[in-house]
Design a protein around this ligand. Sequence first.
Ligand code: ATP
Ligand code: FE
Length: 355
Amino acid sequence: LTILGIESSCDDSAAAVVRRTEGRATVLSSVVRGQTALHAQFGGVVPEIAARAHAEVLDHCVEAALGEAGLALSDLDGIAVTAGPGLIGGVLSGVMLAKGLSAATGLPLIGVNHLAGHALTPRLTDGFCFPYLMLLVSGGHCQFLVVEGEDRFRRLGGTIDDAPGEAFDKTARLLGLPQPGGPAVEIEARQGDADRIALPRPLLDRPGCDMSFSGLKTALLRARDAEMAAAGGLTRAARADLAAAFQKAVVEILREKTRRALALYLEMSPDRPAFAVAGGVAANGPIRAALTALCAEAGVEFAAPPLALCTDNAAMIAHAGLARLAAGEADGLDLSARPRWPLDGEAAPMIGSGR
Ligand code: ATP
Ligand code: FE
């Protein structure tokens, strides 16, 4: 089975071709066109600009993905597309393109949940078996999921406010470091003393796996202002110490909450316990190191998919669509785009339903 995937839920336009032979899926091509430069001057993703950019480049992404795979539309068995959750204008751009391609070719159309795409990736990259524990941690998300089946997810907890990636980006802005903030803060933190400035670890002593990062952001702002008032400006040393203190707080929160999530997951007594982390923040060295150590202690297999498949991409969408395609399922041309679409709950109102 060969399937095309299309992704446009945030600020990356992407298309990919994935093929499954004898139960094993292989990525034949994966094209991602980011929009970072388009949004840079606004300090965040502007939904209208994102939607327009997706509409402009998505068909080129599809052409490039087919070209790299050396295939034509007629070689495909189906078309998978992110149908949510995400910025609705962008999701609609992808859904409309996929509907057009499906109507023109007669190929089955499969709407995929973007979060399911992320959550199922360790099966593609590391051959994970159900059930496994997943921490999805990015600019827009932070949640623990037990992945029990292609379409069965149990959410153990997650952030009650901001995502860590957003907090890294905000920290970088406060410290005068470039965007995206994560890599810049990580590099800056290497020069700093993580213990000189005390920052809070919100919700750390509460039971459960829920997390909070907005209080940490505010505390960092106050600490920066105090440092600046004391020295008449932000010194090099203070900037590094603040970055290090912030990163240490995030590492500790993620480590402790992962420890609790692992305990809950292990109660399900999986045959081959496994944990994976995905999302842009999973690129962070100290975070990966902390989670690797935790899993080693608990005797749990640990995986972090390669970064290109960890951040937004269409290969994960194609891969997630394969199971439904193989089962002979498909959506009609009335497939809706959903701005909200929790993996384990009631589906929220749909937009763009009907023809
Ligand atoms: P989502 O996929 O949830 O809709 P997104 O597109 O922002 O959101 P990703 O592309 O997966 O998510 O990740 C981007 C985020 O990852 C940014 O906030 C960025 O700062 C963060 N990030 C990238 N590298 C690092 C790093 N080395 N350390 C910490 N954070 C990082
Ligand atoms: Fe994503």
